[in-house]
Design a binder for this molecule. Structure first.
Ligand SMILES: *Cc1c(COP(=O)(O)O)cnc(C)c1O
Length: 398
């Protein structure tokens, strides 16, 4: 069965979701973004592209992922039934492969021979290196020196997959600096290089394009809910780092009835440097080419962030989320490090599923809400990834 029609992109022609998004970038990148936007819209209209992508999703990435009724968890909590959308079962262990397969197929179609990416924890880097190996593309991954030291295993995985990991020594030597370096590389090597951004962030068309590649999660979820429950869920919950797994599951449901809840990293406190709650505690500004909520100080300097889950440890958020927040189409909340750790342990024991600590933020929120809801209601949680990568953290956190 082939993938149904692409969802309508939710931004205007200039890449704005309401007041958010746009293209705040150096002039030399304009033509590359224009070329990318055109190639993307042509690809989306070309059935051979969607058929290839659809086949890769099924035969390579393992889609459709199951919608699993977490029966023990539901019984343990009382109240609403809790379903898990099992993105943790995707190849490479998370939803990130949905995006990198799409973008690398597009890059190959555009005649690009080289893929570049940035990575924090290494999850997007691994998904990118995987897709690049599959498509026969050269791959370079920018990674802050601090993150390289923290994530040795993923560095080695990327190298095994044939990618080159380039250490970034500037700034705080973490993800936001790696993104800056990747943009610099792109500007100098535009002709043969595609920059594979890892979430619904960055200048237009990235937020729209990544949303499209991730919205397969939500399209499958609709079908599976109708099959199992005969109706749409009462609530959808997903964690929000850059915002791609959440936009992916939300997008076909926006305005359709279910309450959409994005969960940010509450970290260890509400002071700057203790959390990653861009939407809940941030202000509007420009970061990495787009206008959106972000964490900055009174001088407009981007502040440090913290989360026990590396994937939520980012000072910005995709512009569409800023729009969904302002328009009230989705709501955003936070879950702390310790609540997420508790939820990861709970899910492991009750269901035998060890979630990524990112995903555990969404699980924690569902654990708070389900008992307050009726047993005729149901929640879908996007389980964005598996927790194998987090066992060292969980051991250290006790
Ligand atoms: C990277 C990552 C996230 C955060 O990224 P989004 O773009 O917000 O989805 C969440 N969960 C997992 C498992 C990740 O690897």
């Amino acid at each position: 069965m082939s993938e149904e029609q692409a969802t309508v992109p939710g931004c205007d022609r200039n890449g704005y979701f309401g007041d958010f998004g746009g293209q705040f970038i150096p002039e030399p990148l304009m033509s590359a973004l224009f070329e990318l936007e055109r190639a993307f819209s042509q690809a989306m209209k070309d059935s051979s592209f969607s058929e290839r992508l659809d086949r890769l999703r099924r035969e390579y990435a393992g889609r459709p992922t199951p919608l699993y009724l977490a029966g023990n968890m539901t019984e343990g909590l009382g109240g609403a039934r809790v379903y898990l959308k099992r993105e943790d079962l995707c190849h490479t262990g998370s939803h990130k492969i949905n995006n990198t397969l799409g973008q690398s197929l597009l890059a190959a179609r555009m005649g690009k021979r080289r893929l570049i990416a940035e990575t924090g924890a290494g999850q997007h880097g691994v998904a990118c290196a995987t897709a690049a190996a599959l498509m026969g593309l050269e791959c370079a991954v920018y990674m802050g020196e601090v993150d390289i030291a923290r994530q040795e295993t993923n560095v080695f995985r990327m190298e095994l997959l044939g990618a080159r990991v380039i250490p970034v020594e500037s700034g705080s030597r973490t993800l936001k600096d790696a993104i800056n370096e990747a943009f610099r590389d792109w500007v100098t090597n535009l002709k043969g290089t595609h920059y594979c951004i890892g979430s619904v962030v960055g200048p237009h068309p990235f937020p729209m394009m990544v949303r499209e590649f991730q919205s397969v999660i939500g399209r499958e979820t609709i079908k599976q809910c109708l099959d199992k429950e005969g109706r749409l869920p009462d609530m959808l919950v997903a964690c929000v780092g850059g915002g791609s797994n959440s936009i992916g599951i939300f997008s076909p449901f926006i305005g359709a009835g279910p309450l959409l809840v994005g969960v940010e990293a509450g970290g260890s406190g509400r002071c700057p440097g203790q959390h990653g709650s861009s939407l809940t505690l941030g202000e509007v500004g420009v970061l990495h080419g787009a206008m959106s909520y972000l964490l900055q100080d009174e001088y407009g300097q981007v502040t440090e962030t913290h989360s026990v889950s590396a994937g939520l440890d980012y000072p910005g958020v995709g512009p569409e989320h800023s729009y969904l927040k302002e328009s009230g189409l989705a709501t955003y909340t936070t879950v702390s490090d310790s609540e997420a750790l508790d939820a990861a342990r709970f899910l492991s024991r009750t269901e035998g599923i060890l979630p990524a600590l990112e995903s555990a933020h969404a699980v924690a929120y569902a654990m708070k809400e389900a008992p307050r809801m009726g047993n005729d209601e149901f929640i879908v949680v996007c389980l964005s990834g598996r927790g194998d990568k987090d066992i060292d953290t969980m051991r250290k956190e006790g």
